[in-house]
Design a protein. Sequence first.
Length: 321
Amino acid sequence: MVAAASKCRSCGKPAVIDLPRHNANFCAEHLKQLCRRQLEKAIDDYNMFDPGDRILVAVSGGKDSFAVWDMLIDAGYAADGLYVGLGIGDYSDESTRYVTAFAEERKLRLRTVDLRDEYGYDIPTAARATKRVPCSACGISKRHLFDKAAVDGGYDVVVTGHNLDDEAAVLLGNVLHWDIEYLARQLPVLPAANGFPKKAKPLVRLTERETAAWCLLRGIDYLVEECPIATGNRHLHHKGVLNSIEQESPSTKAAFFLNFIDNMAPLLADQTAAASGDLGRCARCGAPTTGETCAFCRLVDNASAHEPVPVELVLGKRGRR
Ligand code: Q46
Ligand code: ZN
Ligand code: ZN
């Protein structure tokens, strides 16, 4: 992680990590301090939430969602977890074990929704039934269930573990296509509107490497394995491109995303209002939608009527390796 003789920039003790974007090395204590400060800065700068707010954290078993949940509790916020069982074979079984253990060990409140038990389908089946990439059906399902759980449970905000690498990669994709509607909505916080709950991403100032280091230093056991059916996920390629730029020119990734938020996003503010518009209500479930029936209810109809599809049949290139 760091050269043997490296010293912490803050205290001069042996360093455990080098962070080229800060042009410095840090010991365990000061790395945790840096993470805490970056979290608080994101929460304050973007008005994400206040100390008394009820927070619902979307957890997956991976490092980022555990890091954000742990950091919020560590900082004194009231945060419950929400886990959606996606039915992606062994990967989902493992995720469930990690999430349950994390919550139990820390005595945190965990809400769970299981797609197969409660809605009669899983993601491999939904992908086959809709003839689209798994991430499409998965995204519709997760967004709907996070929103529903937050609204039904009276939470002030839904928090996700998206980090700086995730957001910069999505931004690159949106810029490459000049997708104004997506660009206008790519904010670290989206206010509650039109029946949707407020959404926030407190890790946008921390990289993947920094959240992994936080987990390591805090003794957090997380699922390292990645989703086996992440095919058609262009973000992975964009992350690779940004990493090679970052290697040549440290801190470019942070400048790319954070300067977009500060300098460009305000210019697109009216596009956000136009994009969100006035929505009607789904005739079936009451969720906000532009059509008669929302995308989630249409997905449930389609996927629950389909014969269950084992995950092996939808494995992409990454899963077959
Ligand atoms: S779980 Fe779902 Fe992700 Fe797997 S199918 Fe795609 S969206 S990759 S974060
Ligand atoms: Zn130090
Ligand atoms: Zn609906």
